[in-house]
Design a protein around this ligand. Sequence first.
Ligand code: NAD
Length: 220
Amino acid sequence: MSTNKVYGDAPNELPLAELGTRWDYAREEDYEGIDESCRIDASMHSLFGVSKAAADLMVQEYGRYFGMHTVCFRGGCLTGPNHRGVELHGFLAYLIKCGREGLPYTIIGYKGKQVRDQIHSLDVCRAMEAFHGNPRCGAVYNLGGGRANSVSILEAITRVEEMVGTRMQTDYREQARLGDHICYITDLSKFRRDYPGWDISMSLDRIFENMLSPEPATVG
Ligand SMILES: NC(=O)c1ccc[n+]([C@@H]2O[C@H](COP(=O)([O-])OP(=O)(O)OC[C@H]3O[C@@H](n4cnc5c(N)ncnc54)[C@H](O)[C@@H]3O)[C@@H](O)[C@H]2O)c1
């Protein structure tokens, strides 16, 4: 499991439009989001991102140099009812935990309009299964929820408030996290093209429902 952090903050170079509750890509050609051609160097990653980029290249190399079946899935926001979100990792799981338990939630930078696409762990497992059934050498795929499953922090707070039935206690910290993506949506075209039997099965609505009242998720 690699990560979209291998791209560092290069995705922030795309022209953005500020909408009411989210940032979005300003140009039509960027609508589907970030694909695997985004560069991975000459950007700020965080040490975590750099360590993942090093592993990503090594895994690719085993595929190319030794002809092994290897894949790097560059994850967007992977989540699900068992995700142990904490303040700086696992944004949706942590936000939902705060909403459910009435804990205060701090929005960090970008006016709370930063966007992440959410993929349920079930669909991550299904992608692994699809690759295992028809493996390639040195493959690299972006893997996230895609545009339909994208959500900003402000939008996620509103959804949780509607579902829980109470207002969340929030405050705002102006300084964004170093290298943090402003709008990240995963372009799933490459994986969909290579593995046409796979697609997202858990919509954003189902992800929220499943995480607010966890029950085993099933395909469909
Ligand atoms: N969650 C995300 O948004 C996201 C995004 C991109 C990439 N990733 C990557 O996906 C992977 C899983 O992340 P996650 O968010 O599901 O984390 P998580 O903390 O929910 O799950 C990690 C799992 O790894 C297990 N584990 C930890 N150390 C282990 C070890 N030494 N041997 C065997 N198992 C071990 C833990 O018990 C846990 O079940 C990580 O490599 C992470 O970098 C996650």
